[in-house]
Design a protein around this ligand. Sequence first.
Ligand SMILES: [Zn+2]
Length: 161
Amino acid sequence: MTRCVECKGAELRQVREPFKDAIPLTSGSDLDFLFDDVPQTLCGTCGERYIDDATLGRLEEQEARALVEGGIRDGAVFKFLRKIAGLKATELADLLGVTAVTVSHWENGHSQPDLADWATLGLLVEDYFAGRTTTLGRLRGLARTRAPKRKIHLSLKAANG
Ligand SMILES: [Zn+2]
């Protein structure tokens, strides 16, 4: 970027400064995230700030971790975390055994997901950051299974390595 997108000014400089991001909650208030030190491009003419996609991705990851660890529940947070986990509403609905309309109601704040649904979404987000598909695989397995198996072979040797 050589010119400001907002004012076309050319007085751009790289800075590391505090940055505030926010998620508008379904309750009407904002949930603010305050970062103390974020690399950004600052326009000296209009004051507009620009953050590159890679940095933005890192900010969103930090936000998602804080939301999951803090157990913060709101429809907008649910939607944010679902997107972070890379899931469409219809995909998450299938995994949780609900309809896409139900997920839409959760995300609009018209109804509340169960605590177990929040916990599952948190696991999906953590798996995504860790590059795992453990929870995804289990949910897909549960969705597939219709009748219980008659025999499950186990070995203590295998468990001991
Ligand atoms: Zn500008």
